[in-house]
Each structure stands twice: as structure tokens, then as C-alpha cells.
Write a protein that binds this ligand. Structure first.
Ligand code: ZN
Length: 503
């Protein structure tokens, strides 16, 4: 049987290598490739996607899994081998339902759509990319239909990125969260917004990036196992446990843009860099779900990166890097500026309190597009109407509206956004448990030390890669199922203190 396991690892290792090569091509497309490369790149991505899919769904893998499944049940449940057999079985069963020709068709379409989207966004011209998006909706529906028996057509797509979540489980979670958050948003929204003008003076890009490097290293990002590039939409990508890269975008008139993207993407990267080396080169060497991934990025970006403790250490150093711009700014003014609450147009720039409202708008619109109750041509109006009713703001153009996020123009429609709010909720619960286990964490953060926090996250979350489904990771790490109380409690305490609520 050990020979069989070695065979399975070898075959799945080839799948992981093909996926790694796909990731390199994708990274290059998003950071370096000239516009002329788009046609060849679309072809290359489609070919590699098809090969990876054919490898995973080969009869050899199916035969090995049939032979190994009974054996896997005798192994300890949380061993790498039993987990590999279990996860490979699920991946294989999902993948065999999707024809390789469809995988290639979708991949080529995605590459073409991404290229059109970058131009459409630049020109703030939704009709330019509308036909591509309509085709994406059609392909997304076809993808969902390879998994018959769903309650809602979005369910199979959600399950792909957040295993176990469905429209039926997410709607009550989102609505409860909304009920608890909206009064807080209204309360704070009625007050004078914080003055964040100290972030909006001129900060040269190269100096911003140098400070990002300093913060990233301090948090624990190892530049000998990663690198940082510039892209229109920040992202993290892994080619293996020792090569995990990220991107940011820089605005010279907004200090927050690159800095918090760097902390956010570093949070994602630390997850992938913390996967057990024993899992490297295999299908388990990645984060367990999009929600868990966001729990890590948003924990670092917000709970840690926008805390008083964090800036107790970093603010004097930030002042040192930008003496002209920040020399006369107090730490308290800066703290309030980076935690300014104001309903806004762009999700990635939204504050912690209103952020989830952006996610819920997208989640509802995705469901409607897939259900067929919303036509693509009506999407910009539906988008703007929801922004007006939920956040009280209307995008001046599609660039700040429906075209702002890359997800629908690079992937599928369905399952793209719920992970962000799941991540916020998970992140607070995880952080609460980490503090319970290692109370010294907050004192260390004030000293610019993160070993205890990162160590706890590695031990309880990162090292396991995708061995366990997300609900199980949360239960194992925190001793409880996912609940919104830690998150609501965190926001209420933080913003209650900032805005003197309830006193
Ligand atoms: Zn993220």
C-alpha cells in the first residue's frame, strides 16, 4: 500500500506542478506581460489547464483512489496520508464531472476577458466588456450544472472556494451580521468623520515601498521565499511553499493604499509559507478555503495592522521615514485616520465597519445573475441602486462601480465574494483564541514582535494546508463552530472606544 501511496503522490505531484506552472503564467500576465502577449498567453493557460485537469481525472488516479480508500480509513484521520487520500478523492470526483474541453474553453475565455476588462476599466466603459461577462455568466451556469442536485445554482461554485458553505447557510449569517452592523454604521455615520488628511499628502512611491518592505519583514515575510510586484489589483500567489509572491498598488497621494495592501497580502502569504514542508509539491500545500485565506489577510491587515498596539511600535518609524509629511502628526491622529469610517464606493478601500456591506451587495448580485433574475446589461444600474440604498453613495462611473473588482472578469460569476465576509468573521474568532492561548501577543505587538501570534497561527491553521475542510479547521483551532459574536464584539469594542459610543 505504501507503494500505491507513493504512486498517488507522484501523479498528484504532476497535477500540482502543472498548477504551479499555470500560476507562474498567471502571475506574469498580471505583473509583467506586454499587452501583445494576451493571445499566446490565453492559449498557453488553456493548454496547461486542460493538461492539469486530464492528469487529475485520469483513470490511473481513479484506480489508485479506489484501491487506497479502504486503507485510508485505517490510518489516523489527521495523518498526511489519510488526508491526501480523502482530499484527492473529493478533488477527483469534482474534476471528473467537468469535461476537459470545458476547462480549456473557460480558461481561454477568462484570459481574454481579463484583458478586455483592464481596458474597459481604464475607459470606465462597461458595455466594452458586457458581452464577455454575459458569456462568463453562461459558462458559470454550465459549470454549476455539472453538479446537479444543488438547492441554489450558486452552491456548487461557492463550494469550490468555501467548501460546505451554501446560499442557504450564508444568507442567515449575512443577514444576522447586517442586523448587528447597520446600527453601528448608522451611529458612527451620524458623527463627524475622522480627519484622514495626514494620509493624503504626497508620499513618493519608492519610499512607501521601502516602508512596506520594513513592515512585511518585521511581520515575518521572508523575501528569500517571495517577492513583491506592482499590479492593478493586489493579490498573493504561491508556486510552492518556498516561493509565495504578492503584489500591491501604490498611490502617491494616499499612504494607506500600498501599506495596507502589503499587510493584507502578507497575511495571505504567511498562510502559504506556513504550510508544512512535508506537504510541498502536493495538492494539500495550499490554504483550506477562500474564507480561511481572508481570515489570515484581514486579521493581519485590520485586527493587527489597524490597532493601537501595532502603531505604538511602527508610528515613530513611519514618522522617521516621512518626517516632512508626518513629523507634526500625532499617533492618535494617525490611528483615527487609518480607522476612518465613511460609506464609500470601493470595496478594497472600505473601512472595517462598512466593508461587509460591499460584499453582501456582490453576493446578492452574483446570485441574481446566475438565477437569471438580473441581465448583464442591467447590472450597472442594479449595482448603483444597491450602493445608493445600502451605502448612500452612487458611483460616478463604472470604474468606481461595477468594473472595480477583477473577480467576475478573471474567474467565474458565483462564489467569488462570500469568502471576504466569512474571513472577517473567522479572523476575529481565530484571534480571540490565539489571545486566549498566548496572552503575551498584544504586548509583543507593541514591541513590533509577532513570533507568538505567527507561531500560534502556524500551529493551529497554517501547517495543515488544505488537509481539513474550513469548518473543521475553525473547530480544531478555536474549539467552537464559526459564530459572529467574536467579530461583532471586536468591532463594537474598537469603534465604541473610538467614537465614544455607549458612554
Ligand atoms: Zn485577500
Amino acid at each position: 500500500m505504501h507503494e500505491r501511496i507513493a504512486d498517488l503522490k507522484r501523479l498528484l505531484g504532476e497535477v500540482a506542478d502543472l498548477n504551479g506552472a499555470l500560476a507562474v503564467l498567471f502571475w506574469d500576465q498580471s505583473t509583467q506581460m506586454p499587452p501583445g502577449g494576451v493571445k499566446a498567453r490565453g492559449r498557453q493557460l488553456a493548454t496547461l489547464s486542460r493538461l492539469s485537469h486530464e492528469r487529475l481525472t485520469s483513470p490511473d488516479v481513479g484506480r489508485l483512489l479506489d484501491e487506497l480508500s479502504p486503507f485510508g480509513q485505517d490510518l489516523p484521520y489527521d495523518s498526511d496520508e489519510a488526508s491526501l487520500i480523502r482530499v484527492a478523492r473529493r478533488d477527483w470526483e469534482r474534476a471528473t464531472r467537468i469535461p476537459s474541453a470545458f476547462v480549456a474553453e473557460l480558461s481561454a475565455h477568462q484570459a481574454a476577458t481579463y484583458e478586455v476588462w483592464t481596458r474597459a476599466k481604464e475607459a470606465a466603459d462597461f458595455p466594452m466588456v458586457a458581452n464577455h461577462l454575459a458569456r462568463t455568466v453562461e459558462l458559470s451556469r454550465r459549470l454549476a450544472d455539472f453538479f446537479p442536485g444543488y438547492d441554489h445554482i450558486a452552491d456548487p461554485l461557492i463550494d469550490e472556494s468555501d467548501q460546505g458553505a451554501t446560499v442557504a447557510t450564508l444568507r442567515p449569517l449575512f443577514s444576522e451580521l447586517r442586523t448587528r452592523l447597520v446600527p453601528l454604521v448608522k451611529h458612527v455615520g451620524a458623527l463627524e468623520p475622522a480627519d484622514d488628511s495626514c494620509l493624503k499628502v504626497h508620499f513618493p512611491a519608492s519610499e512607501q515601498l521601502a516602508f512596506c518592505t520594513f513592515v512585511q519583514k518585521r511581520i515575518g515575510y521572508d523575501f528569500s521565499r517571495g517577492r513583491r510586484d506592482i499590479s492593478p489589483h493586489p493579490f498573493m500567489i504561491s508556486f510552492g511553499v518556498d516561493d509565495v509572491r504578492l503584489t500591491v498598488r501604490v498611490r502617491e497621494d494616499d499612504l494607506g493604499e500600498a501599506l495596507f495592501a502589503a499587510i493584507h497580502e502578507t497575511g495571505h502569504a504567511l498562510y502559504e509559507l506556513g504550510v508544512s514542508p512535508a506537504l510541498d509539491g502536493g495538492i494539500l500545500a495550499e490554504g483550506a478555503s477562500s474564507g480561511l485565506h481572508e481570515s489570515q489577510s484581514r486579521l493581519w491587515e485590520n485586527i493587527v495592522g489597524r490597532s493601537r498596539a501595532f502603531w505604538t511600535y511602527f508610528f515613530p518609524r513611519l514618522q522617521g521615514a516621512f518626517p516632512v509629511q508626518l513629523g507634526d502628526v500625532s499617533q492618535e491622529t494617525f490611528y483615527r485616520a487609518i480607522n476612518k469610517v465613511i460609506p464609500s464606493l470601493v470595496r478594497t478601500e472600505a473601512d472595517e465597519l462598512t466593508y461587509n456591506l460591499h460584499v453582501m451587495i456582490r453576493f446578492d448580485l452574483e446570485c441574481q445573475l446566475l438565477e437569471g433574475s438580473l441581465a448583464v446589461e442591467d447590472l450597472p444600474d442594479a449595482w448603483n441602486a444597491r450602493y445608493e440604498s445600502d451605502l448612500g453613495v452612487v458611483p460616478p462611473t463604472a470604474r468606481e462601480g461595477v468594473l472595480q473588482d477583477v473577480h467576475w472578469f478573471q474567474g467565474v460569476v458565483g462564489g467569488s465574494f462570500q469568502g471576504y465576509t466569512l474571513g472577517n468573521v473567522m479572523g476575529a474568532q481565530i484571534y480571540q483564541s490565539a489571545l486566549g492561548g498566548r496572552p503575551e501577543i498584544e504586548r509583543e505587538i507593541e514591541q513590533g514582535r509577532f513570533d507568538s501570534l505567527l507561531g500560534w497561527l502556524r500551529e493551529h491553521i497554517h501547517q495543515h494546508g488544505s488537509k481539513f475542510p474550513p469548518a473543521e479547521v475553525i473547530q480544531r483551532a478555536t474549539g467552537a463552530p464559526l459564530g459572529i459574536e467574536p467579530y461583532v464584539g471586536y468591532l463594537t469594542t474598537k469603534y465604541g472606544e473610538l467614537y465614544d459610543l455607549g458612554s
